[in-house]
Design a protein. Structure first.
Length: 401
């Protein structure tokens, strides 16, 4: 099998996922096609040599429907021979897209691909695609479905994470994200979004609140008390009867933010890169996805990480940096506990609690973030990971070259 090398990784800034967000006026197609144009221009890329573009998109409906990957490819002015397809694995869609693009290269199906993702949550709301998982009572009853926030609070309850624990993690995420921006750690990979006249709409992640303190977070009411009272707590306790009462500790300040954003990772064989003057930055060493218990839902990161390590014939001690999507603070606290990871080696430049989680793009975004950090600190290996709705986890290991 061929090696799959990463030649570059770009992303947009994350804009607030509301009508007053700076990217709300940009359609999903234009947001993604603009980033693809930037990737082409940065490398004077001959797009006729690109085989496929695989994009994550959790809600591929409305403005994000009709195979947005192919539409964005054409709108970006890429050669018509370059194909495009969309994948949805809920929150891990962007990383799954990278893994699929890399798998095509490894299998010899393609020599040059792009994996990435797009989600404009201000224009296409979460849940817009519907589906039996959310809306069919027979399905939700059989699967003991609860909202993800209930699942996060269940994790905190089972593992003894207090309100102070999750709030303290959130404060540190904000501090690290601001420090990274202040020191220019994101400058290589973040491409400002402009309007049709070239005016900059957004150049920096918009959701950050660096003034956040434990005291300010303590004033926020937990977000999932009312859904719990409507019956979801009871459903979760049926699956986990050892829990007498779910302690609700998550709120907007210690959970991932709703944002707009896009990401693109250029992947290919060494020969394809050499022909185009591209220098490999890293290689996709291993990847894995797993299923996990669907009611608690968010415990897939550790088993998917272990599976990826096994696939790569590695140990946890072989990983220099870890990057786990901050869906909820308790998810990261549990992962650090299960994998025995010190906080100074994971999410070292903040995460989705501070900067937001553009569902279909996040996995590709955080891969690029940790690749930049590997190079900045002259480290070698990183494991990228996300928890996933419905009870899943997806992990990818990259190694610098």
């Amino acid at each position: 099998m061929s090696e799959a090398y990463i030649f570059d990784a770009l992303r947009t800034p994350r804009g607030k996922g509301k009508k007053d967000g700076s990217l709300h006026t940009v359609t999903p197609v234009n947001l993604m096609s603009g980033l693809l144009q930037s990737l082409q221009q940065r490398h004077a890329l001959d797009t006729a040599q690109l085989d496929d573009v695989v994009l994550g998109c959790v809600e591929p409906v409305m403005e994000q429907g009709a195979d947005i990957a192919r539409t964005a490819v054409l709108m970006a002015g890429y050669d018509q021979q370059c194909a495009g397809t969309v994948v949805s694995r809920f929150c891990a869609s962007g990383l799954e897209a990278v893994n699929m693009a890399a798998a095509k290269v490894k299998a010899g199906e393609a020599s040059l691909t792009i994996g990435g993702g797009v989600e404009c949550m201000s224009r296409v709301p979460m849940g817009a695609g519907g589906g039996a998982y959310y809306n069919d009572p027979a399905v939700t009853d059989r699967l003991s479905f609860v909202p993800q926030g209930i699942s996060a609070d269940l994790i905190a309850t089972l593992h003894g994470f207090s309100r102070t624990d999750v709030d303290a993690y959130a404060v540190e995420s904000q501090r690290r994200a601001q420090q990274a921006w202040d020191n220019g750690y994101f400058n290589r990979s973040v491409i400002p979004v402009t309007d049709q006249f070239g005016n900059v709409l957004l150049a920096q992640d918009e959701l950050m609140r660096p003034q956040t303190t434990l005291e300010s977070l303590s004033q926020l009411t937990p977000s999932f008390i009312k859904p719990g009272e409507l019956g979801f707590d009871a459903i979760a306790r049926q699956v986990y009867p050892q829990v007498e009462r779910i302690h609700h500790v998550h709120h907007a300040g210690n959970s991932s933010g709703i944002v707009d954003g896009a990401a693109a990772v250029l992947i290919g064989t060494e020969d394809a890169g050499a022909a185009l003057g591209l220098k490999p930055r890293a290689r996709i060493h291993a990847a894995a996805s797993v299923g996990s218990e669907p009611t608690i839902m968010l415990t897939g990161p550790a088993p998917s990480a272990r599976k990826a390590l096994k696939n790569g014939r590695m140990q946890a001690s072989d990983i220099d940096l870890w990057e786990l999507n901050e869906a909820f603070a308790a998810v990261v606290l549990l992962f650090m506990q299960e994998m025995n990871i010190d906080h100074n080696r994971i999410n070292v430049n903040g995460g989705a609690i501070a900067m937001g989680h553009p569902l279909g793009a996040t996995g590709a975004m955080i891969l690029g973030t940790v690749l930049d950090e590997l190079e900045r600190t002259d480290k070698s290996t990183a494991l990228i990971n996300l928890c996933v709705g419905g009870g899943m986890g997806t992990a990818t290991i990259i190694e610098r070259v």
